[in-house]
Design a protein around this ligand. Structure first.
Ligand code: ATP
Ligand code: MG
Length: 430
């Protein structure tokens, strides 16, 4: 029989690895709560229309990367390739602007894209994103960028670079697009095949090409910055000004255009200078027309998404996880003792001690070895003798001291036990 394996491009996150995920998740969520951002969770599958209309049919994501299928009722469904479109749908559907015209939201969860798997690129991957809906002010853009940067700083990530650009409004872009097309047509034969295709469908995306020859041709190409309207130019200047004020270094990259159609004005990416593979850890920008485009009341917005796999690849080496231990390891021998052990287990669990009960029925020597392996602060031993006397033996593992207590006394000693556990934990840095 064929072996059943995880689907190509997906990964199990095993318990040991998950500790790192939880560590960064807690850090980031604390940081975002402090900035008064609220978490939102939307479904991982949506009607395909949402992405056709939201992200745009001429983008790589919609064209080539979507997990799109028909369900049993023949609905056209897509596993979400990104978070923003779903959040905007939820924003409209739940009339979130009704109570608060400003919404500061964040999300985190799996996204799905059919891409060639490699280091830092999977088919199921995770993004954490920030969305600030309801403001046209350049302070909103700067706040989102500041938060993304502060997330990286908080995880001690250095050697990052913020690339910034303004891609103007749709009208500015269509004039620019024509100029760019005109320029690139002269070099059609020298462009890489992907760029040749894009020359008709989405010429601005050619700016993003990694092909060296194409890049050479692009060096002399018209620049979007010369086609910005006055209001876009002002907005961009204001964002730059706030970033300077916040001591956030940035690099203006006039080739930065981003792969989704819904962006306007501010576009940015945060890249690592150290990783060899996939170097973009965060991408974002302003999307003032998306809410209206998806049927809501026109609402400006700005946001970004961080790729968590790529973030972890960088952050892991700086993370020192707190060591794992258990407060009490419960060792028992014999039928009656097993029963007493179960009750002790329930009692300690209710009092929120960290515990583990040994279910091996092996001899005490082996069980105590296990207790050491699990870094137990204490072992509770219950054998025939204890059962007869109605007691338990507590063995403090760091100095091997033992004490006997009647079960009755034990169950009235919570604060004593808490203190002792704390004392021994401090004594030996568990
Ligand atoms: P790339 O150029 O690497 O394909 P993108 O522009 O498609 O990135 P965005 O849509 O902006 O990426 O997504 C934001 C972030 O999500 C990226 O910067 C990256 O860190 C992460 N990301 C995107 N696609 C993947 C993937 N297939 N696997 C892992 N992380 C991803
Ligand atoms: Mg991509």
């Amino acid at each position: 029989m064929a072996k059943i394996q995880a689907i190509r491009g997906t990964k199990d996150i095993l318990p040991e690895e998950l500790q790192y995920w939880q560590f960064i998740h807690n850090k980031i969520s604390n940081l975002l709560e402090c900035a008064n951002y609220q978490e939102i969770r939307t479904p991982i599958f949506e009607s395909s229309d949402l992405y056709d209309r939201g992200i745009g049919r001429d983008t790589d994501i919609v064209n080539k990367e979507m997990y799109r299928f028909h369900d049993r009722s023949n609905r056209d469904i897509t596993l979400r390739p990104e978070g923003t479109a779903g959040i905007v749908r939820a924003f409209i559907e739940n009339k979130m602007n009704y109570h608060h015209s400003l919404q500061r939201l964040w999300y985190s969860g799996p996204m799905f894209r059919y891409e060639r798997p490699q280091s830092g690129r999977q088919r199921q991957f995770h993004q954490l994103g920030i969305e600030f809906l309801g403001s046209l002010d350049a302070r909103a853009d700067s706040e989102v960028i500041h938060l993304a940067i502060s997330i990286f700083n908080n995880l001690n990530l250095k050697d990052l670079k913020l690339d910034l650009n303004s891609i103007g409004k749709a009208e500015d872009r269509s004039i620019y697009q024509a100029k760019l097309q005109e320029y690139l047509k002269q070099y059609y034969d020298d462009l890489d095949p992907d760029s040749q295709k894009r020359l008709i469908s989405n010429p601005i995306r050619i700016l993003d090409s990694k092909n060296i020859n194409t890049q050479k041709i692009l060096a002399e190409a018209p620049k979007i910055s010369n086609f910005l309207s006055i209001s876009s130019q002002r907005h961009f200047d204001a964002v730059c000004n706030y970033l300077k004020l916040l001591d956030i270094p940035y690099n203006i990259n006039d080739k930065l255009v981003r792969g989704l159609d819904y962006y306007n004005d501010t576009a940015f990416e945060i890249k690592t200078l150290t990783s060899k593979g996939q170097d973009t850890v965060c991408g974002g920008g302003r999307y003032d027309s998306l809410v209206k485009q998806l049927g809501g009341v026109a609402t400006p917005a700005v946001g970004c998404a961080i790729g968590l796999e790529r973030l972890l690849l960088l952050a892991k080496e700086n993370i020192e996880l707190p060591s794992k231990y258990v407060d009490f390891y419960i060792a028992t021998q014999g039928k009656k003792a097993n029963e007493v052990g179960m009750k002790i287990m329930r009692f300690l669990h209710q009092k929120l001690f960290t515990i583990e009960i040994d279910v091996s029925s092996s001899n005490f020597g082996k069980q105590i070895k296990q207790a050491n392996k699990k870094r137990a602060v204490a072992c509770i031993i219950i054998g025939n003798q204890e059962v007869e006397q109605g007691t338990v033996t507590i063995k403090w593992m760091s100095n091997q001291q033992q004490e006997d207590m009647s079960i009755m006394q034990f169950e009235h000693s919570t604060s004593y036990l808490k203190k002792k556990i704390l004392f021994y934990k401090n004594l030996k840095s568990y």
